[in-house]
Design a protein around this ligand. Sequence first.
Ligand code: ZN
Length: 254
Amino acid sequence: MNRFAIISDIHGNLQALQAVLTRMADLDVQSAICLGDIVGYGPSPKECLDLVVRCCSVVVRGNHDEAVVDLRCASEFNGAARKAIHWTNQVLGPMHLDALNRLKYVEVIIDDKVTCVHDCPVPGPSDYVHDSTMAAMAFNGLTTPICLLGHTHIPMVFEAPACRAAPVTPANVTTYRPIADEPIKLHPQQRYICNPGSVGQPRDADPRASFAVLDLDEMTFTVHREAYDIAGTQLETQRVGLPNILAERLAIGA
Ligand code: ZN
């Protein structure tokens, strides 16, 4: 069986992560892959990190994970995000900070078929792969037929020709906006960049937790959405004293 749950951008939202893990149990996956940003923004970084380490066979490092370990990176974030990074650094002990610090930026897995990265597999003008221009650039730096990435918090699939004779241009990239529970077919003569969306802070106006299943036998990528106790996470966000905006945005998926 070659069937994996793909989770990303959990951002310390324990209620969302638990709901996704419960749903995953019904989806017959052999293991889970985490594309980073386990912490930052949300009120339960320790609990989320413990669960991710326990449940995932592969975990890569996100930009928030990085900034929590190295606070010099926190200056690049906006006010609320920066506050959350400093708060997270304070509440994580040395053991959890060390676990974050040991995560790699990129993992190539499953017989060199799949690249796992948080933001973008190649350096560029932006590290958000959210359109065909950025996807074309990413495809040109990729060595595997499939790349899994997160960072935008929006589920998305980009397709480009597998033939590398000519560089990929934005015009040869096809973009798919996944519909929940509807598999997207991955064709062997094409290459793919697949984003499962965000477990803990979705930004596509659907507040439900987002994750995906990659099935390498069926060759499909399926995004799933799972409702969770948003009010519970909001209360916890307020209780620990994180900025209110971080609680409010969860209700609208922004
Ligand atoms: Zn993120």
